[in-house]
Design a protein around this ligand. Structure first.
Ligand code: KG4
Ligand code: ZN
Length: 370
């Protein structure tokens, strides 16, 4: 089949990402439907925030402002290209911590103005949601579970600018809950990998933690009650035994992880049913976000896909977590639809992907929810 002309012309974009605690820049080239990452550099801020138990917006904004042009220079150098070789500049324009988003948008505007290149504002969530097209060439529509420290939503990705949100967390994101659980059990941050490691030797049935919102229809989820239930279970043990015994911590971690996995699986089953009503030719569930690295969660979702006839896919971890290659790629897809921004591009702390639906209330440790 012949591709439209704008899809066959090679296009090379610089991507810039600074919406949370990673300052990132990347160069991506698309040739037809294939994308190639020429460079992808990230400077994380974990050490800067470690003492505070979460991302401190002011510290994050300052670190982004200090690092962002260095990251852009590194991405250009690593890819062996100059600004003159680019077709445009894509930047995360939200949602996220406003100081960080502003750093990226200001940097991108300066570069676009100086070079005369087009500027493309990208929704951070669209970056995550379109990544499986860069890594696996997925066809629309596919089902996406975005599950990280800041986000948790089931989306039907219909095109590069059309997303249908089937459900999302109404409070904490699962990664946030993993991180808080680690804190409650004196495990190091980031909580996810440490809770998972501890859970390996625990009994997932030791504590009957709740599976919130399963009694309600739809795909919305809640994880903040789970953390409170874990706190109660921990304090109950301390009161009874005078402290946590060997194995208690592992049992608490395993029980918590099982509850998160069960909620994602049960709501995933409903999301799959809603997605299949659209009769996709090649049904696929793609997962992205740091929590997608969890083996138990992954295994349960894979089993669910096998049962319901979906292919399961997850981008490599470096492209699952925050990065700028996903922003450059999403910029390419959006530019191909004819969307370009002007110097009035705004930095937006909130920016729901599905504009036909109301936004999600609340604010997570990594900024406002979309
Ligand atoms: O996507 P990500 O790098 O950043 C954003 O939140 O945007 O995700 C980080 C989150 C953290 O909350 C971390 O604890 C969680 O992902 N995480 C995990 C695992 N690895 C990272 N959660 C559960 N199991 C893991 N193996
Ligand atoms: Zn993200």
């Amino acid at each position: 089949m012949q591709q439209p002309a704008e899809q066959t012309r090679p296009i090379t974009l610089l991507g810039i990402e600074s919406s949370c605690d990673d300052t990132a820049a990347a160069i991506v080239r698309a040739n037809g439907s294939r994308g190639e990452i020429l460079s992808n550099v990230v400077s994380g801020q974990t050490d800067l925030h470690a003492a505070f138990g979460g991302v401190v917006p002011e510290i994050a904004a300052r670190a982004h402002a200090e690092k962002i042009d260095l990251m852009v220079e590194a991405a250009l150098a690593e890819a062996g290209v100059s600004l003159g070789d680019l077709d445009g500049i894509a930047v995360t324009a939200g949602p996220g911590l406003i100081g960080g988003v502003l750093s990226g948008v200001m940097c991108a505007k300066g570069l676009a103005m100086g070079s005369g290149l087009p500027l493309i504002g990208v929704n951070h969530l669209a970056g995550h949601a379109l990544t499986p097209r860069l890594t696996d060439g997925l066809a629309f529509p596919y089902l996406m579970l975005l599950v990280s420290g800041g986000h948790c939503q089931f989306l039907v990705v219909e095109s590069a600018d059309r997303f249908h949100r089937l459900g999302s967390t109404i409070d904490d994101a699962p990664g946030e809950a993993f991180d808080k659980t680690a804190k409650l059990l004196a495990l190091p941050q980031p909580g996810g990998p440490n809770v998972e490691r501890e859970a390996e030797s625990g009994n997932p049935k030791a504590f009957a933690l709740p599976r919130p919102l399963l009694d309600r229809p739809g795909c919305d989820m809640s994880f903040s009650g789970l953390k409170t239930a874990l706190l109660r279970a921990r304090d109950g043990l301390i009161e009874r035994d005078g402290g946590l015994r060997r194995g208690d911590r592992a049992d608490l971690c395993a029980s918590f992880q099982a509850a998160v996995a069960d909620v994602l699986t049960a709501k995933g089953r409903r999301a799959i049913a809603a997605y299949l009503e659209r009769e996709p030719a090649e049904p696929v569930l793609a997962v992205a976000g740091g929590v997608a690295a969890n083996a138990t969660i992954r295994h349960q979702l894979q089993t669910l896909c096998a049962e319901t006839g979906l292919r399961f896919t997850a981008p490599p971890l470096a492209l699952c977590t925050d990065n700028a290659a996903m922003i450059a790629w999403a910029g390419i897809e959006i530019a191909r639809l004819g969307h370009v921004d002007g110097m009035d591009l705004a930095a937006r702390p909130r920016w729901p992907l599905d504009t036909r639906q109301t936004g999600i209330l609340g604010s997570g440790k990594k900024g406002a929810k979309a």
